[in-house]
Design a protein around this ligand. Sequence first.
Ligand code: PLP
Length: 675
Amino acid sequence: MNNSSLKAIFITATDTGVGKTIVSCAIGIALKKQGIDVGVMKPFQCSGDDTDFLMRALGVKDDKRLVNPYYAKEPLAPYLAFKRAKIKIDLDKVFSAYEELKKRHEFLIVEGAGGLLVPIKENYLVCDLIKDLDIPAVIVARAGLGTLNHTLLTQRYALDYAIDVKGIIINGFKGNNLAEKTNPEVLKLFQEAPLLGIVPFVKNAKSKQGLENLAKAAKNNLDLKLLLKTKRHINSRLAKDDKDFIWHPFTRMKEWLNDEPLIIEEAKGSYLKDSQGRWYLDGVSSLWVNVHGHRKREIDLAVRNQLNKVAHSTLLGLGNVPSIGLARKLVEIAPSGLKKVFYSDSGSTAVEIALKMAYQYWQIKGKPKTTFIHLENSYHGDTIGSVSVGGIDLFHKAYKKLLFKSFKVDSPYCYRCPKDKTYPLCGFECLNMLKETLSTHHQKIAALIVEPLVQAAAGMIVWPPGVYKEMAGLCKKHNVLLIADEVAVGFGRTGTMFASTQEAVSPDILCVAKGITAGYLPLAATLATQKIFDAFPTFFHGHTYTGNPLACSAALANLEVFKKEKTLEKLKSKIEFFKGGLERFKALEHAGDIRQKGFMVGIELVKNKKTKEPYAWEEKIGAKVCRKARDYGLILRPLGDVVVLMPPLSISKPELIRLLDGAYEAIVEITECYR
Ligand SMILES: *Cc1c(COP(=O)(O)O)cnc(C)c1O
């Protein structure tokens, strides 16, 4: 990997008419002189004969439809030219032509259209094309007055867009005015990318003599070595440093240290790219947080814009703009009755806050309600308070003596229901223990805390419809507060913005985190009713980064994208499609239970499907399946023996098929070996 040389570059410019084609040609000729087989591509051409010229000048024999997939007659930006010509642009056609040409040649020069911000199609600019092709760019600048501004603007935007700029080439240098002569030195001072060369003005460059002159100029004036130099892959160093310095959460560190770590460097849409350039489908939304895909333009921009104003200022005794806008929006979309937003920075803290609020609320009211009820299999976070209401022994048992007391009652885990009833027949027997506890102890109980509809961390335990509504009714009846922990299920995961609304439940306190910033930044919120808020003189709780403006601006943009793209509406058919795709898993010999609620899926693998006998813990079957899934280009993370599929809500149907296929193959391969 270390010495692999560059395979392709994208030639863009500070403006149109600066000489991209001439420079592409000059680079091509110079590389050919070094014995390198060079191909060219001009994905979008609007009028002119650049493609023909480049092919002729570089002696390229490829099919012209590969070299130039899209041609329009009018000299306009591609967006307009193709729209007016009624030609619909299919980017996949461009990408596959690119892959084909890259295969055929040692080096490929891709020439853009105009500059970085030239629109190609709706919501798609030249800079998006560069990012999607995933290649470094060279910026061609004109010589003369105005060059500094244009070049620095282009470079600035490339940087903002994380385009890898190999360098700048000044074209058409005549050297007969002061600006031309002085610009290169000034550019070196202000720009970050190196100056790869200055191509002198060549008269009639497209003629035979002109081409020869151009070749000479390229040879003498272009720094090809610098151009061909790749960023050195530093994966082995990264891996070593990771192992030397990082303690990973929920990770068996001994195994980690003996394994080759996967290190993520970049992402786009539903995909993650590792430090060795391999792409994977993000099958669990980067641990259940990503909503609209990675590097979503609107959210990127919102955070960047906020960064230009203020990154952080405190909410302790001060306000800040994005936190206000977001609080208003959250109250608007939350289940009715929730009127106040208390910010924090993780799901665990959102839960801590909810518990303290409920506890103190009764204290203020003069009622000694000092304990809680939580469910078997519940997970509410990893801080001491949230662990106290946790019901997963593997995670929580070790801290038992450190925790406060809370009543643990049965959970609606239908697959392992002792009554063995499937839920259309179910009489909610799982709620009997809750009923009993409430009637006996309600005077001591401040609140019931639940993960509505899906107990996620326990293995995507999906509740039978109606059970949550029943719980809410019981709380009302016994004057116990209901805390809905929607950290995992909130923000569209179950098909609606919040799970509570599906059963028309208005909890007294609602916790949200994970998806709130669409997977961008750590932020959480605990929403409370007016009644609870009004009881408090001061709530003595707060985290330093409470209401962080960057995170709040990401969250606001998240909600705007939900609205603009009708995310929830579009999700409906995808949920059905997902459901259809899961059908064939049912026939698998070791797929004990397949649970789905919206975009939360858990496939519980068992050793014996008839008896539901689980695999031995040491077999780590879930982990093995997820490890295998990497061979199919998927990143998954299991919950014990439950294989979790939880892609971003923005995933496309073809990507969903890829996810389902990969997961299926991985399950088959692993479970066959461990019969
Ligand atoms: C993830 C999760 C939490 C904890 O959130 P963190 O941000 O990891 O602290 C709490 N409750 C539920 C339901 C969760 O899924």
